[in-house]
Design a binder for this molecule. Structure first.
Ligand SMILES: N[C@@H](CCC(=O)N[C@@H](CS)C(=O)NCC(=O)O)C(=O)O
Length: 114
């Protein structure tokens, strides 16, 4: 599992929010199937379906922000501190995740050739 998916799962675990995971098979091009693209136009994971609101959210940073706001966890009310949280989410998404993804994706391919 690559870090963009782990980020959201770690939140759910830490916050004690119940969730279900759906397995996506990259080799079957499931991310590019019309029903998936209807939910997530860029055809990538992660995507969540928040059943409490009946809507879909994509992009790991946006998902994290959505969960933090909706479940009232780890997001300070002070605007300066909220901004700091957003800065670290953005740092993770823009700088940490891509580097880890570049390592994880070829490793996954090597272990499970398409
Ligand atoms: N910036 C996106 C990155 C999403 C992303 O690149 N996901 C990869 C897996 S780590 C993916 O779905 N790759 C399949 C593809 O591009 O077809 C996020 O944080 O959600």
């Amino acid at each position: 599992m690559s870090p963009d998916k782990l980020l959201n799962v770690i939140f759910l675990e830490e916050a004690g929010v119940p969730y279900d995971l759906t397995h996506i098979d990259f080799s079957k091009q499931e991310l590019k199937a019309p029903d998936y693209l209807a939910l997530k136009p860029n055809g990538k994971i992660p995507t969540i379906e928040d059943r409490s609101e009946g809507r879909v959210i994509f992009e790991s940073g946006a998902i994290l922000w959505h969960l933090a706001e909706n479940y009232g966890k780890y997001l300070p009310s002070d605007p300066v501190k909220r901004s700091e949280v957003m800065q670290w989410i953005q740092f993770q998404v823009d700088h940490v995740e891509p580097m880890m993804g570049q390592r994880a994706f070829p490793l996954g391919l090597a272990l499970n050739p398409i």
